[in-house]
Design a protein. Structure first.
Length: 393
């Protein structure tokens, strides 16, 4: 009888263990990791240096990424080899598809493509080049005019502003400007002004930052000094030039310098610099409570920034407020949208990684990889570029 009881007890224990295993077991969640890919040193790995504009480098692998680092600039491919790698002798402007180098008061501007061939020549420029949205703009020498040129160097249109420009962005065939007198203006591809706005409510009216979403549906601006505000506009109506404010927020003391603001994660979020950190607003949020920005605290000043922000991950580089050579590569995972309706410190744990390094400057670029959940990061400091894959394992 006692032996039967012991057997029954063993069976019961085994059954309890089996039931617990199937009820309590949970799949091990995947972790997001940075996997090192390559390291390249600028001078040694160059395919050519100080080349003439007519020299063409060999065809390289994958996307060519524009970079500036340690008084050098160029384009690096997905394997860490340089298509262009040159010393920076004067001012430069690089975009994904073209670049130019120019002096203090350029009379002639030469636009080159990413294989170092002359693409466009602009004579009597009387201003400074801006390469945005695969378009060529010239900001007038007094900074109160903007003109666009075609690939052949012909003037398409020119517009005169009432005050010097302080911010500019372009996307989806549109050009967005902000000026010292606190005016926001939007232009179509023909240079016609289709939207005009003057924010009020600040002691000094000035536009410190502006951005337009990739699809042209949203406009974000940082405006005013004492008080400073973040404003988000959404397009409505059929004309294409009608926008209305859907969100605004006061930003404490604010900045008295140009402020970074950009749309990330396929226009799902807009982020912007604010005192001691960054703000993030979730555009696609369905909950009324979460239609506000969150505050992610950071130490130091932002020196380089990830302009992709894909899959809720975002990277930036900061410099120490005590020593500019002390840098940190910081990884941020945006909190779930439900936290956007809580206090501004709800995102204090959003920072998931910090990698310190020493450099007087920094570079950061991120692009999508073949997998939807993966992306490639290229970071740089001093004379070294290093690439990582952001993966789930």
């Amino acid at each position: 009888m006692a032996q039967k009881k012991r057997r029954l007890k063993v069976v019961v224990i085994v059954l309890i263990f089996v039931v617990y295993f199937f009820i309590a077991a949970r799949p091990v969640p995947k972790e997001t990791v940075l996997a090192s890919r390559w390291i390249s040193s600028l001078p040694e790995n160059s395919l050519f240096d100080n080349a003439d504009a007519n020299d063409s480098p060999q065809v390289l692998s994958g996307l060519l990424v524009p970079f500036t680092l340690s008084n050098r600039f160029g384009y690096v491919d997905s394997l860490g080899q340089f298509a262009i790698e040159k010393p920076k002798n004067s001012d430069i402007y690089l975009s994904k598809n073209m670049w130019t180098e120019y002096g203090a008061e350029p009379e002639r501007i030469i636009i080159n493509n990413i294989v170092n061939e002359t693409q466009t020549l602009i004579n009597n420029a009387r201003g400074y080049p801006i390469l945005l949205d695969n378009r060529i703009f010239i900001l007038g020498s007094e900074q109160n005019s903007l003109s666009e040129f075609d690939a052949a160097g012909n003037l398409k249109w020119i517009y005169e502003f009432g005050a010097p420009l302080t911010a500019i962005d372009a996307a989806s065939g549109l050009v967005l400007t902000g000026s010292l007198d606190g005016v926001v203006e939007l232009f179509n591809s023909d240079g016609d002004r289709i939207f005009y706005f003057e924010p009020t409510g600040s002691r000094f009216s000035v536009i410190l930052g502006c951005a337009i979403s990739r699809n042209g549906s949203y406009i974000g601006i940082i405006c005013g000094i004492d008080q400073q505000r973040f404003l988000l506009f959404e397009r409505f109506g059929m004309s294409g030039g009608e926008y209305r404010i859907v969100y605004h927020e006061f930003l404490e003391t604010g900045f008295r310098r140009p402020v970074r603001i950009l749309f990330l994660d396929d226009d799902r979020r807009v982020i912007f610099e604010r005192e001691n950190g960054i703000g993030c607003y979730s555009i696609k949020s369905k909950s009324i409570k979460s239609r506000r920005s969150i505050f992610i605290p950071l130490e130091g000043e932002i020196t380089a920034i990830d302009e992709l922000g894909d899959n809720s991950f975002f990277f930036l580089v900061t410099s120490s407020p005590f020593n500019n050579n002390d840098k940190k590569l910081i990884g941020i995972k945006f909190p779930p949208e439900k936290l956007f309706g809580l206090t501004r410190n709800a995102a204090k744990d959003a920072v998931f990684m910090k990698a310190p390094f020493k450099s007087d400057d920094a570079f950061l670029y991120r692009s999508k990889s073949g997998s939807q959940s993966e992306s490639t990061i290229i970071a740089g400091g001093g004379t070294v570029l290093i690439s990582f894959n952001l993966e789930e394992k």
